[in-house]
Design a protein around this ligand. Sequence first.
Ligand code: LMR
Length: 435
Amino acid sequence: MALADLHTKIDLQNSSQLSYVSTRLSYNHRISLRPLPQPHNSRICCSVTSKEVQAPVTVNTEEPKKKPDCYGIFCLTYDLMAGEETKSWKKLINIAISGAAGMISNHLLFKLASGEVFGPDQPIALKLLGSERSFEALEGVAMELEDSLFPLLREVSIGIDAYEVFQDADWALLIGAKPRGPGMERADLLDINGQIFAEQGKALNAVASRNVKVIVVGNPCNTNALICLKNAPDIPAKNFHALTRLDENRAKCQLALKAGVFYDKVSNVTIWGNHSTTQVPDFLNAKINGIPVKEVIKDTKWLEEEFTEMVQKRGGVLIKKWGRSSAASTAVSVVDAIRSLVTPTPEGDWISSGVYTAGNPYGIAEDIVFSMPCRSKGDGDYELVKDVIIDDYLRSRIKMTEAELLAEKRCVAHLTGEGIAVCDLPGDTMLPGEM
Ligand code: LMR
């Protein structure tokens, strides 16, 4: 039965069951939400109806506190009588999201909960991490998730302590980061955000699933991902990604526009390097309708200059128009990135992701997080694509973005356990949004 046919109907006999008390333990800044004590005569009915109406099911609300961290309706232990549908569901997965009250998350969470990311047979638990300042907004997010009646969304919990929120996480989508403020040096930004990601790496190492897949979105995402993985030594470094899928999508769009084709005809696009203005969108290996881009778009000057710069600076142009950085397209690209790991990459194609460089076949410096072409079998893991061509133009550009990442790495040595930080960043290179 299609998901759209599935309706969840909740009959509350006593609305006070959806009231909460917030307990603030100021000594360690932890906040938890607990349901208020339930009146003895209260009863909640919860039923799922398909085209044929099924009998309502009595819900067991006797010990809702058995679920330690939960929000609202998701604190109830109940069993939807979806019969045929739920039997074929996979085991529930835990998805932790930082920056959960922000704009990107606001687009992303509802896509995750709808089933369009992990599939219509994959129930999920959302574990939302916010800050003390954003906590009320986080409650608002959780309320909207409640009100959306997503059948696959089985648990929602909210909190401000990464050690609680990341417990048993199968996926960690690390979105929250401070934007660079006026007058702030890039080195300061690396330090401030680096500390957040060092802490979150430690928390993942302590409490997440041993095979958690981590996608770092908060900028500067490559170096944040490096800091995070260095602070999580018990989790394979291969499991950490810095999001460059948005850059790949942007590159595909511009190539399609120039060639006058729809963007589904563009494939094999690699973004090399850093998610910054030094990134290298690779038109040498990219294809349009299966034909090398350079045979379709013969204007090499456009490819080397305009196209490259357009992709590198797209985020900044967008900030000027919007007055804030991209949120919806970033969320879509997170969805694309996850889908590309949980479904097999189409034969002959690949995807871009910022991944750990140890053992890479392109001669890129070891021990940084660098965007490279990857393929997935659909099991959440990936392998690097080996048969890409690197010409002199590409090599020289790759060297520049590599130099920037090595400088960023030196600048956060105090956060990766590698000694004293030395910040000799080349020029003052920028995030895409910092022109
Ligand atoms: C983007 O690429 O749109 C963002 O990373 C821009 C930014 O600097 O936040």
